[in-house]
Ligand binder design. Sequence first.
Ligand SMILES: Cc1ncc(COP(=O)(O)O)c(C=O)c1O
Length: 344
Amino acid sequence: MTVSDKMNMLMMGRSCVYLDLDNGVESAMIDCIRSGEYQGYGPFTGLPELHELIKEDLRIDTPSEVCVTDGAVQALHHVIGWFSRQGSKYTFLDSDPAWIHSRNFARDMKTKLVPGKITPADISEGCVVNLCSPQNPAGHVYTSEEKSQLSEQCRQVGAWLLCDDAYVMYEPEYGSDWTHVYNQNPERTIVAWSASKIGLAGVRVGAFVCHPDLMESLVFGRANALGSSILGQRAAIAALKSKDKWLSALRSQVQENIQYLVGRLGPLGVTITGHSNSVNVSLPAHRRAVDIAAQLEVRRFEVADGTKFYGMEGYDANYLRVAVSVPRSWLERFCTLFEELVSE
Ligand SMILES: Cc1ncc(COP(=O)(O)O)c(C=O)c1O
């Protein structure tokens, strides 16, 4: 399928945001183009204004530095690679199931997988704890208290906390004071941040944030050594600066859309799990995700088939992953098609 084919589809499989947000992104990008700013490289670790906005978004108030990357995925690739390159002294500790790419980036490391949520008892010296909340795909949410306990355990035993905060803006506790989670063990806490789940997936902006003492070593040898897209960074700055105008509306719309799915599909015996802008829609026992996803694709609907991405041993991934940060009319059409397909 070509990109232009995809443009004619309703794209609900990749946790993108297709809602009109009053975020000033369009005019910021147009200004960047018209002024010719995009013709040059920017500062190699990103625009200082964006650094400050990312730290503010994450509420990190200890000394820290930011390196802007091409999406959180590149931040994770680089950081996990940094641990891998240091020989066999680290163990990548992840929940099972988890986002497949981080796991792949850790393929040269020892890996320990924990079913469901990670607990302090799972953490020992040399662990690199991959903490994602709300977690993709299972949708687990770590409370601020739980995060703090994991961070404290890392500090006590000499482990590292890698916070994959790609979906952090959908946390039920987003906006409350989490500084203690990052601040408890600042020398060994690294945060990956993403602009994708607030509507900027295509411009590819993310970052990693860490203690200044660590940055010099961590930043070395990264793939985007000449910096990330200026156009994308201008878009991210505009979005973060206007957060007060659109973020709570986005969060509410996502929650309302989840409730809508529950109301429409619940009576079919289907369960909806997840707390971010993508949820998992389970399937009745007689239907396979791979078939339903293929049938939806023919009808110009893109959803993700869980078995393809998260099919791990002992975990039933027979579900569809569906973005809920989309117009209600898309969800209405999805539900109607889904009802038809599962009753066939
Ligand atoms: C858990 C998780 N981490 C990171 C990312 C990467 O986000 P980005 O688009 O910023 O690279 C994703 C994207 O879906 C994700 O699901």
